[in-house]
Ligand binder design. Structure first.
Ligand code: BGC
Length: 427
């Protein structure tokens, strides 16, 4: 057994969720509006989601009992600022309670200030494309950081901003549902860049906590003869480069890296399963080689994503803020996480400063337009009672987190077998 499968002391092992996808009843947000319009691609409304708004402290206790030492969750702008300029003390107190629950259990809270949704009033003004968006985001960050900052471990400004302009203004799969609106998409991207710059500065000034942006960095691979083109993934990838550049210039404290798969391009164009990801009407099914999202099973993508972030922002600490798989086969989930974590240890071995790994997702939750079909969770959620059912993968990751060590090869399949009883003693 070599040390190459070992994680440093202080390494964060945890899981991620977002506010809208788990809290339930987020009625004042643009997504709630979007989910209730007949003509949108949404398969079903979010409804009560996982009722996380009422079950948050119990979920934190469950995560800690599993052995995880950090938790990434979101605060919801639509609750904190339900009308322009009106801030809810009760909503802020609610999130403070959740942060307290983390501290009581020794869990480092990683807080996302913005994860796809905006309050309805802001949506009606134009959302990300509205010219005052950056200053409104800055004020929201300032108020939330003033109320919560002393309890936050890491602050993430905007989740995956690189995709918000294209999905809302070019592809029409997110609010406001425009298609081919290039001016709108450009305004949204420009505003999101400026919003990150201002929001991060406001959080740092108020709370002095490590602050960064979380970016989707799928591994785009071009074979000989392939022509880089203008698919939405390639456009988003370009926008990710702008955010990485901004992170470097504005000296962000960390980069949040998120990835799920690779996308391959050959001389005839896109050739990976799942490159039609933006078709929300597609059939959802998995094979041995693919996941429920239709993506290729390719956990190695994480290594490429971490190295890309490190090339763009050398020396800036990296947090893996999302890595995960939608699957109905929990052994496959364990195999995915195991392989992804091996990529992390390889990057650590190369001297890259990776500080943590957050699996997406703690809970089976609302997968946006695809509704409750895809199951990403370490923990299943009964859709009637909201009862939590931790899967073997949850105990497996908890055991890795406690030992700070990956099982040697060959142990993975065996440890996937017994629900909740995995131990790394055999390592
Ligand atoms: C998003 C999550 C989403 C996950 C799985 C990420 O791009 O941040 O909100 O649920 O991917 O598709």
């Amino acid at each position: 057994m070599t040390d190459t499968l070992r994680f440093p002391d202080g390494f964060l092992f945890g899981a991620s969720i977002s506010a809208h996808q788990t809290e339930g009843g987020n009625t004042n947000s643009d997504w709630w509006w979007w989910e209730h319009i007949e003509s949108t691609p949404c398969r079903e409304p979010s409804g009560d989601a996982c009722d996380f708004y009422h079950r948050g402290p119990a979920d934190v206790a469950m995560l800690a009992d599993l052995g995880l030492n950090s938790f990434r969750f979101g605060i919801e702008w639509a609750r904190i600022e339900p009308a322009e300029g009106e801030f809810s003390r009760a909503a802020l107190a609610h999130y403070r309670g959740l942060l307290d629950a983390c501290h009581e259990r020794g869990v480092v809270p990683i807080v996302t200030f913005h994860h796809f949704t905006v309050p309805r009033w802001l949506h009606e003004l134009g959302g990300f494309a509205y010219d005052r968006f950056p200053s409104l985001f800055e004020r929201y960050c300032d108020r939330a950081a003033a109320a919560l900052g002393d309890r936050i471990g890491y602050a993430c400004t905007i989740n995956e901003p690189q995709g918000l302009g294209s999905s809302g203004w070019l592809l029409g799969i997110n609010p406001p549902g425009h298609t081919d609106d290039r001016d709108g998409a450009q305004r949204a991207v420009d505003n999101l860049l400026e919003a990150h710059r201002r929001g991060a500065a406001a959080i740092r000034a108020r709370a002095g906590v490590p602050t960064g942006v979380t970016l989707a960095l799928p591994d785009l691979q071009y074979e000989d003869g392939a022509q880089p083109g203008t698919s939405s993934l390639e456009i988003e990838s370009k926008v990710s480069d702008w955010f990485l550049e901004l992170a470097r210039e504005s000296r962000d404290d960390f980069i949040g890296v998120q990835t799920y798969t690779r996308f391959r391009y050959g001389p005839e164009g896109a050739r990976s399963p799942g490159h039609d990801w933006s078709d929300t009407t597609r059939e959802l099914y998995e094979t041995d080689e693919t996941t429920q999202m239709g993506y290729e099973f390719y956990p190695q993508a994480l290594g490429g994503a971490i190295r890309r972030a490190n090339r763009s922002c050398p020396g800036v600490p990296i947090l893996v803020t999302e890595s995960g798989i939608a699957t109905g086969n929990d052994e496959k989930r364990i195999a995915y996480i195991d392989r992804a974590l091996r990529e992390v240890t390889a990057c650590l071995g190369d001297g890259i400063d990776v500080r943590g790994y957050m699996y997406w997702s703690l809970l089976d939750n609302f997968e946006w337009a695809l509704g409750y079909g895809p199951t990403f969770g370490l923990v299943g959620v009964d859709r009637q009672t909201f009862a939590r059912q931790p899967r073997p993968s949850a105990s497996w990751l908890g055991a890795v987190a406690r030992a700070k060590l990956l099982p040697i090869h060959g142990e993975v399949a065996r440890s996937a077998g017994g629900a909740g009883t995995q131990s790394l003693q055999s390592v």
